[in-house]
Design a protein around this ligand. Structure first.
Ligand code: SAM
Ligand code: SF4
Length: 338
């Protein structure tokens, strides 16, 4: 490593970036309708996927320039055969970042304990419904029992706090918010309702029918007393204390109340492209650097650090979903990493 590095990633709007979302694969075991059509076939080429060593080069370069948190995601990150090794190698880094993972939960029953032992701190599990038929409608798979079994194993393994991500869709699960929150409180999980975003491969997003954060609040308020938690920081979720307890529920209003002003996130796709935003139309190619046969490993890390600075320098002030000129990115959510 030759170059002097600044230990901060500050963009031209003064936002300090500390969080890197790392997509490990674009493949998935479910077909959530707001994410991927049932017959989706636009997969990345398998030889474009970063291998374990390549991923680790990017992550250690990112940590060296100020990344403090890594979230592993996908596609479905637990489909990666090397997932436990990845977690263990990130946890063993000098200045190891905080490490979490977002999963659909299907493989958690077998993997929760090995992941915890390898150093994973906590997880987010996506579960949009408690109803088997609705689960089938939403995911095109009859696997709700695997999610419940995975959640139990994760709790037993101590992967806490467990956050449950919910996307509400009108006409399917939009009436389930109060039941989901009651269930989560009983189970000791923390619930987050996320507005559906225009990032699906099937192009089904429709502003006029999406369930807004305001509607979700309206459906919760007859059942729960909700008090805003002060000091949201850079969290995308607006948090509320429930019924005077310290338990909280989060509402992520990505579309109707964007929180771009406090964004501290960067994203790495599983084929090695760096993105400054979910909605970026531009990417920085890191795979090309990682596979350059003329570079030493030190030169690779230096060039990746340089590309991290460059990506941050070009980051826009906001995602622009609400601008009339908004264009949905070519990559769907499953290929970016949510
Ligand atoms: N497969 C894993 C899972 O589902 O948790 C990780 C990847 S998934 C893309 C990450 C999160 O993005 C999930 O909580 C999912 O519900 C959310 N998501 C996917 N498509 C979305 C969309 N169009 N709008 C809002 N959230 C979405
Ligand atoms: Fe798969 Fe997650 Fe997308 Fe659902 S949201 S299809 S589980 S990547």
């Amino acid at each position: 490593m030759g170059q002097l590095r600044m230990n901060t990633l500050i963009d031209s709007f003064g936002r300090r970036h500390k969080d890197l979302r790392v997509s490990l694969t674009d493949k998935c075991s479910l077909r959530c309708i707001y994410c991927m059509p049932e017959n989706f076939s636009g997969w990345q080429k398998s030889d474009h996927l970063l291998n374990t060593n390549e991923l680790m080069s990017v992550i250690s370069a990112a940590v060296s320039v100020g990344i403090k948190e890594i979230r592993l995601t996908g596609g479905e990150p637990l489909l990666r055969p090397d997932i436990v090794d990845i977690v263990s190698r990130i946890s063993a880094l000098p200045n190891a970042p905080k490490l979490s993972l977002t999963t659909n939960g299907l493989r958690l029953a077998e993997l929760a304990r090995p992941l915890k032992d390898a150093g994973l701190e906590r997880i987010n599990v996506s579960l949009d419904t408690l109803d088997r038929d609705n689960f089938k409608k939403l995911t095109h798979r009859d696997r709700i029992d695997d999610v419940f079994a995975g959640l139990k194993s994760a709790r037993d393994a101590g992967l806490m706090p467990i956050k449950i991500n919910v996307v509400l869709l009108r006409g399917i699960n939009h009436k389930e918010a109060p039941a989901l929150l009651k269930w989560a409180m009983n189970e000791g999980f923390s619930m987050r309702f996320i507005e559906q975003m225009p990032l699906d491969a099937g192009g089904i997003w429709d502003r006029t029918t999406m369930v807004t954060a305001k509607e979700t609040m309206t459906s919760l308020l007859p059942h729960f007393e909700l008090f805003p938690v002060p000091d949201r920081g850079s969290s995308p979720a607006e948090e509320f204390y429930i019924n005077g307890t310290l338990e909280t529920v989060g509402i992520i209003a990505s579309v109707t109340q964007p929180f771009c002003g406090a964004c501290d996130r960067l994203r790495l796709t599983s084929d090695g492209q760096l993105r400054s935003c979910l909605f970026s139309l531009e990417e920085m190619d890191l795979r090309k650097v990682l596979r350059n046969p003329n570079f030493t490993s030190g030169e690779i890390e230096d060039e990746i650090a340089a590309r991290l600075y460059k990506t941050i320098a070009g980051k826009l002030s906001g995602h622009g979903i609400n601008d009339p000129t908004f264009v949905q990115p070519r990559r769907p959510m499953s290929a970016i990493g949510g």
